[in-house]
Design a protein around this ligand. Sequence first.
Ligand code: HEC
Ligand code: HEC
Length: 316
Amino acid sequence: MKELRILLIVVFFALLTYWGVEPFAHSKMHKHVEDKNFAYSDLPTLSKVGDVKRGEALIKGAGACLGCHSIKSKGILAPMDPNAAASSFGVNPPDLSNVGAMLDERFLAEMIKNPVKAMKLEHKFDGKTRFFPMPSFAGAGGDRDQEVADMVAYLKSIASKEITPKEAYTASCGRCHANRYGKWTQIGFVPKTKSNIVTNQDVDLLKFKTKFAEYQSYLAKYMGKLPPDLSIMIRARSEGFMKTFVENPQSQLKGTAMPRVGLTKEGYEKVMSYLEETGDPSKPARESLGIKVIGFFVIFTILALLWKKSLWKDLH
Ligand code: HEC
Ligand code: HEC
């Protein structure tokens, strides 16, 4: 009888922790955030239809975008190398070749009009004592909303239809997050070297590492801390966390310096498939092995059944 009572008490407390305490602690430590499916409904929809030609003229002229950004797909290189840019802005301004496909159009328009609001960084850049490095576009003399719509139309018209997961990652996260397994640093891919002999390539590698360290120190100063390497982040954080965090970093980490980057749903999925590729490189092999193992069991079961049948045949 005594044992039974002890057992009941143990079972009671086990169930209490399982149903009561654990979910409660979980909800305190990871608050539940609903994703908005990358709708960006806090930003206004574009009220004007953009004109590609006028947009091109603005991006290349009065918009002054090329004073800081490259458009490599059009042969327009960055005006500064990543380190010079980071020493002035804290971070290397991203290439604009594919933002028209990767980023939501409402986000893009707001990014041009009021980047601090688009990125949800009002707590960090008050516009009085601390200024965001990218200026708000004040207008080129005409209707500002029309001009913004024109620039968005141009950026959309030049964006590639086939963006690889790697390009999606480097363009939207890569200026802040390294990815060691993918050999990505914030200033580019690590140059290859021959490992066992000393060559000029090693000199290049050392130069690269020096630049990389220097870039990271500018970035850490701008962000308040060095953004974490993302190579295995996908294993540390749930899918729900990643989605809501990338969609709106403030929803999960109030006051964080990471900006909202404005990815579309497709853009986000591309970034995630790159993180899966680098963070769990054996996944495809594992999955194909799984199918082979199941196939083996199916064949084995059929053979075993046939064998059993042939054994019993003579006994009946
Ligand atoms: C004085 C430099 C400067 C100018 C001029 C400038 N930008 Fe930027 N831009 C930046 C910097 C720096 C960032 C990155 C800021 C960050 O991530 O904290 C940025 C970020 C962006 C992003 C964000 C991409 C993302 O991943 O979310 C877009 C889009 C963009 N700029 C477009 C433009 C366009 C279009 C123009 C012209 C109308 C322009 N920029 C003018 C410096 C500039
Ligand atoms: C302008 C710089 C910047 C960009 C661009 C950026 N991040 Fe971040 N990210 C940060 C910083 C800074 C932190 C550290 C945040 C903190 O601890 O407050 C961070 C943290 C993170 C974290 C860890 C959150 C945690 O739980 O600690 C993840 C995951 C992440 N970023 C994913 C991304 C992805 C995916 C992208 C691209 C779609 C991206 N970031 C783009 C600056 C950036």
